[in-house]
Design a protein around this ligand. Structure first.
Ligand SMILES: NC(=O)C1=CN([C@@H]2O[C@H](COP(=O)(O)OP(=O)(O)OC[C@H]3O[C@@H](n4cnc5c(N)ncnc54)[C@H](OP(=O)(O)O)[C@@H]3O)[C@@H](O)[C@H]2O)C=CC1
Ligand SMILES: N[C@@H](CCC(=O)N[C@@H](CSC=O)C(=O)NCC(=O)O)C(=O)O
Ligand SMILES: [Zn+2]
Ligand SMILES: [Zn+2]
Length: 383
């Protein structure tokens, strides 16, 4: 099968971030055809993640402008470049900001999902050959996280895309492109939380709720959710948290760490930071049980922020870890996530609190900051 547009430049709408800290602007952009080992995708739906807002804010050391943000997208393959064998025209796909080449030192290590093949160019906002496929008003636009899903058409490396079953709704499985997979994977793949373990999850957003979901899947014991927003208690409980702590409500002089240690008879087996706040990361580590407790950092902290603790915390057996995309290998493992959703074993629909059209993408960013939004899905084909 081939499309009428194959080999031609496509003009379409995209939300362009011209400058840090400014609203996105809906523009007509030109999207060049995919080169060898590249795939052009018509993006149907995209989620908006806090990492998009983080880069737009100007706090991301890798953030450069003008750029097309977005990394939680799903759509249909419009055309493929020479040598592409893993997807074909018409395939329903999810874009992967953590690619999987299967051949590099990282992919072959069996120890990580991070793939090294295109990380350097991806971080610079260009395709693996060092150039961009996007143009607007004669200017080149940068790619974001190898995906740029805030465009009606995008070009990605073939190792940055995975096909999903056609009956998996694109307006839902787009969220497997980041938040849900990240949280569930952090719990089940990175931490490998076990039955009966005591867990604390700091930050009850899409990522934190997904960690809770992963903990429920693995039948842990206590799941203590911590959030400064009282409204998140209901959300945490809906997803299976057994307890909720609002650090603002603790008696004067009691820290959240002390509270968690008291609630778990000496500390948690696993804690997860899903806030991106470095002082929360410290509390999460120090709430771990002496001798074996492990804390997983998921949240993305701004440029210049650093974590600290007394080395004694690690000397006495607590471990600090972190993961990107939950430790999930997108091309090998996405299928399992989609199947679990199709079989009713993985929640996705429940995360969608807001929907916007492409024109409403700035509203989606506002929604995200309002505190009552878990995920907003943008319909890229509606203006
Ligand atoms: N490593 C990775 O691969 C990935 C990392 N991320 C990162 O993960 C983080 C979470 O993402 P997401 O779930 O979408 O974000 P959300 O903002 O939706 O969730 C974070 C939650 O943490 C709460 N919070 C803020 N400060 C504190 C605090 N001091 N103590 C307890 N809770 C607090 C927020 O409350 P309030 O609503 O009041 O602000 C909010 O409810 C972000 O930093 C994001 O960039 C996301 C995806 C992938
Ligand atoms: N560019 C930032 C780092 C941002 C970051 O950590 N991104 C995560 C995914 S967050 C998704 O919403 C990630 O994949 N990290 C691994 C990587 O290789 O980028 C900075 O420079 O601080
Ligand atoms: Zn994300
Ligand atoms: Zn690789």
């Amino acid at each position: 099968m081939s499309s009428d547009t194959a080999g031609k430049t496509i003009t379409c709408k995209a939300a362009v971030a011209w400058e840090a800290g400014k609203d996105l602007v809906i523009e007509d952009i030109e999207v060049a055809p995919p080169k060898a080992h590249e795939v052009r995708i018509e993006i149907y739906y995209t989620g908006v993640c806090h990492t998009d807002a983080y880069t737009l804010s100007g706090k991301d050391p890798e953030g450069a402008f003008p750029i097309i943000l977005g990394h939680e997208g799903a759509g249909i393959v419009e055309s493929v470049g020479e040598g592409v064998t893993n997807v074909k025209v018409g395939d329903h796909v999810v874009a992967l900001y953590t690619p999987e080449c299967g051949e590099c030192k990282f992919c072959k290590s069996g120890k990580t999902n991070l793939c090294g093949k295109i990380r350097a160019t991806q971080g610079k906002g260009v395709m693996p050959d060092g150039t961009s496929r996007f143009k607007c008003k004669g200017k080149e636009l940068l790619h974001f996280m190898g995906t740029s899903t805030f465009s009606q058409y995008t070009v990605v490396a073939d190792i940055s895309v995975v096909a999903v079953k056609e009956d998996a709704p694109l307006d839902r499985v787009c969220l497997l492109g980041c938040g849900i997979t990240t949280g569930v994977g952090a719990a089940t793949i990175t931490a490998k939380v076990e039955e009966g373990a005591n867990v604390a999850v700091f930050g009850v957003g899409c990522v934190g709720l997904s960690v809770i979901q992963g903990c429920v899947i693995n039948k842990v014991g206590k799941i203590i959710a911590i959030d400064v927003n009282e409204k998140k208690k209901e959300w945490a409980e809906k997803f299976g948290a057994t307890d909720f702590v609002n650090p603002m409500d603790l008696p004067q002089g009691t820290s959240v760490t002390e509270k968690l240690i008291e609630m778990t008879d000496g500390g948690c087996d696993y804690t997860f930071d899903c806030t991106g706040n470095v002082s929360v990361m410290r509390s999460a580590l120090e709430a771990c049980h002496k001798g074996w407790g492990t804390s997983i950092i998921i949240g993305v902290a701004a440029a210049g922020q650093e974590i600290s603790t007394r080395p004694f915390q690690l000397v006495t057996g607590r471990q600090w870890k972190g993961c990107a995309f939950g430790g999930v290998k997108g091309r090998s493992q996405m299928h399992e996530f989609v199947e679990n959703y199709r079989e009713g074993k993985l929640k996705i629909d429940e995360f969608i609190t807001h929907r916007e059209t492409l024109k409403g993408v700035n509203q989606a960013f506002q929604d995200m900051k309002a505190g009552d939004c878990i995920r907003c899905v943008v319909d890229m084909r509606k203006m």
